[in-house]
Design a binder for this molecule. Structure first.
Ligand code: KIV
Ligand code: ZN
Length: 510
């Protein structure tokens, strides 16, 4: 196969390592929603979770395995039988299941964490791979903390894992310690020391502690890696993992240098990034490469002039190539259902009739307040409709009195089925007053641990998007709400999180 044809597989671990981002917690429905989008994005492997970690994780991996077709579905397991059994149980109904088993190989991890000798670790790796292979033909083995391992010992473990039946060998830079040239040297050494590596997939998994996860992954591709593990928006433990969108667009934009291709439908990148940000509640920084709000914005006069004359002067890739919406059609209150449906389809959203109807009603209400509805507003509306759980409570009416010399007061009316419930409350500010009224109405008292507000577009009539995190019994629930009225957006976000909490409680009660 020529260099130009070499395919690099994209292994997405947003639902596993990405979910290890502090403060992130996704329910089963949200994980399935993300997995379906990853399928549209064209990833080769979805690591859906760590089934032994919790019953919730198990249920999510199983749901993804049952419902998502196309990509390989991987479940993570430590190199012990109990983990492997649980992972297999969760993924066995997948069209293409993979067991991903791992054990640490660095002196520090073996001595201090595992309290095992190198020989014991090697034996555990072999046994785990052999056992996993008895369950499924697709087995990945990872040598955790590989970049701080003794290269000779690492090579022995890798050779033994292949011998035991591993079909993918993953070399993780678990703590984001290595540098690109050094990582490339390690992979080159391993390929020479373990000729059998040529017969399996050589994968890398880089963390971003020194901001080098993407650079290290790209260096690995040049050194022969043919699978990259990464996450959407670079989510993950601590400083995160290699960002999928950056790795993929670097490989594509500099294909002259890399001579490889991926199966990623790059036009789905922006939508995937938005969805993950919205469901995890982790915002994308404005200057983030590829998917940040400023990634294709040109501020200085010289740059604007250049771009107007020829975009290539200051753009190395097109916004269209990542599916960034560019308004060609401005929607307003006279735009009909047809125009809205068409624009949504252009943005990649084909909604079922009921969901479309709700979005259309929200669109009309928005267009009443805002003369021109931008693509970003529409995305916020649609994603506000991605109600991942049944809404026990819905906001019907909200009135707030606030000012610099008044005690903020809120009156809130909620609908619960056919019932209408109304309450008033005072607070430290208008949002606090609304949240207190909602707490009284629902009888649910939680801890609000985070509140953030961002304007979706520019201008005084911009749609405000509120994200909240509430905590109940150690569990975190994230809620989002969008409206041109930031108090209403705040109420919607809070109710969204509360509805998720109530849904979770009702499931627990079953
Ligand atoms: O960072 C790491 O080493 C991991 C392994 C489990 C692959 O996430
Ligand atoms: Zn990791």
């Amino acid at each position: 196969m020529s260099e130009v044809e070499r395919q690099v597989r994209i292994f997405d671990t947003t639902l596993r390592d990405g979910e290890q981002t502090p403060g992130v917690s996704l329910n089963v429905e949200e994980k399935v929603e993300i997995a379906r989008q990853l399928e549209r994005l064209g990833v080769d492997v979805i690591e859906a979770g760590f089934p032994i970690a919790s019953p919730g994780d198990f249920a999510a991996v199983q749901a993804v395995a049952r419902q998502v077709r196309g990509p390989v579905i991987a479940g993570l397991a430590r190199a012990v039988k109990g983990d492997i059994d649980r992972a297999w149980e969760a993924i066995r109904e997948a069209e293409r299941p993979r067991i991903h088993t791992f054990i640490a190989t660095s002196p520090l991890h073996m001595e201090r964490k595992l309290r095992k000798s190198p020989e014991e670790v090697l034996a555990m790796a072999v046994e785990a791979v052999r056992y996993a292979r008895s369950l499924t033909p697709d087995v990945e083995f990872s040598a955790e903390d590989a970049t701080r391992s003794e290269p000779e010992f690492l090579a022995r473990v890798v050779a033994a894992a292949i011998e035991a039946g591993a079909t993918t060998i993953n070399i993780p830079d678990t703590v984001g310690y290595t540098l690109p040239a050094e990582f490339a040297r390690l992979l080159t050494y391993l390929r020479e020391a373990v000729p059998a590596l040529a017969e399996v997939t050589l994968s890398v998994h880089c963390h971003n502690d020194l901001g080098l996860a993407v650079a290290n992954s790209l260096a690995a591709v040049q050194a022969g890696a043919n699978q990259i593990e990464c996450t959407i928006n670079g989510l993950g433990e601590r400083a995160g993992n290699a960002a999928l969108e950056e790795v993929v667009m670097a490989l594509r934009t500099r294909s002259d240098l890399f001579g490889v291709r991926t199966g990623i439908v790059t036009e789905q990148i922006y939508r995937t990034s938005r969805l993950v940000s919205s469901l995890t509640g982790v915002p994308v920084q404005p200057n983030k490469a590829i998917v940040g709000a400023n990634a294709f914005a040109h501020e200085s006069g010289i740059h604007q002039d250049g771009v107007l004359k020829d975009r290539r002067t200051y753009e190395i890739m097109t916004p269209e190539s990542i599916g960034l919406p560019k308004s060609r059609l401005v929607l307003g209150k006279l735009s009909g259902r047809h125009a809205l449906r068409q624009r949504l389809q252009e943005l990649g959203y084909t909604l079922p009739e009921e969901e479309f109807q709700r979005t259309y009603e929200k669109f009309l209400a928005l267009a009443d307040r805002k003369a021109e509805v931008a693509d970003e507003d529409l995305i916020a509306l649609v994603e506000g409709e991605v109600v991942s759980v049944p809404a026990t409570y819905e906001l019907e009416y909200l009135h707030v009195a606030s000012g610099n010399t008044t005690v903020p007061t809120a009156t809130v009316r909620l609908r619960r089925g056919e019932e209408r419930l109304e309450e008033a409350a005072c607070g430290d500010g208008p949002v606090d007053a609304v949240y207190r009224a909602i707490d009284r109405l629902t009888g649910v008292h939680t801890r609000l641990t985070e509140y953030s507000l961002k304007a979706v577009t520019g201008g005084k009539d911009a749609v405000g998007e509120v994200t909240v995190r509430i905590q109940d019994d150690g569990q975190v629930f994230i809620g989002r709400g969008a409206s041109t009225d930031i108090i209403e957006a705040s109420a919607r976000a809070y109710l969204h999180a509360l509805n998720k909490l109530l849904y979770e409680r009702s499931r627990g009660a079953r």
